[in-house]
Design a protein around this ligand. Structure first.
Ligand code: GAR
Length: 205
């Protein structure tokens, strides 16, 4: 049976596109049932339309609290029997209620080698700090910010000529490679979490 996926977005949705492409090419045995955005004009919703995927804008100002907002999302996830929630540039922190309800079924992509540089504008932070390597991380979402168990990471060396924009582009290429890869592993039931460590055993024959 194919994995039912929901993707939560806020912006341009290039990671969403990488996931769509991996599904359409048959790399991932899954189907995106819904794309949910907290921004009305997110380009990711345009991508949803182009690929005939249901796109839903949930207006934060229509909800009284963060809990209400997350309940509105969960209602859709439950209606569609979603098995995996992918955050792809979703710029809201999920409530503990949401995280616990979908424990180990929410994953996120982040443009640094966590636990270095959680939060925002992390490519600039990596340059300002002077690290020689940064990268991209796919991880499970827990109650903290960018802090859950790590599934895949990719290292990106920093060049003397890098600006935040140039570095972001190189990291993004790695994001587009490892995010579909992590979803594929999840869809194949090949992710085992023990404490903070994530193992990806080969399927037993
Ligand atoms: C990506 O670089 C993603 O890693 C980052 O936002 C960008 C979204 O781009 N996410 C975070 O920083 C989350 N902490 P996209 O909309 O083109 O996928």
């Amino acid at each position: 049976m194919s994995l039912k996926i929901a993707v939560l977005v806020s912006g341009r949705g290039s990671n969403l596109q990488a996931i769509i492409d991996a599904i359409e090419s048959g790399k991932i045995n899954g189907v995106i049932e819904v794309i949910i955005s907290n921004k009305k004009d997110a380009y990711a919703l345009e991508r949803a339309k182009r690929h005939n995927i249901e796109g839903v804008f949930i207006d934060p100002s229509s909800c009284k609290s963060k809990d209400d907002y997350d309940r509105a999302i969960i209602k859709i996830l439950e209606e569609k029997d979603i098995g995996l929630v992918c955050l792809a540039g979703f710029m809201r922190i999920l409530t503990p209620y949401f995280v616990n309800k979908y424990k180990r079924r929410i994953i996120n992509i982040h443009p640094s080698l966590l636990p270095a540089f959680p939060g925002l504008e992390v490519q600039k932070k990596a340059l300002d700090y002077g690290v020689k390597f940064t990268g991209a991380t796919v991880h499970f979402v827990d109650e903290g910010v960018d802090s859950g168990p790590i599934i895949i990471q990719s290292v990106v060396p920093i060049m003397d000529t890098d600006t935040p924009e140039i570095l972001s582009e190189r990291i993004l290429k790695e994001e587009h490679r490892i995010y579909p890869e992590a979803i594929k592993l999840f869809a194949e039931g090949r992710i085992v979490v023990k404490g903070r460590r994530v193992f990806t055993p080969f399927p037993s024959i």
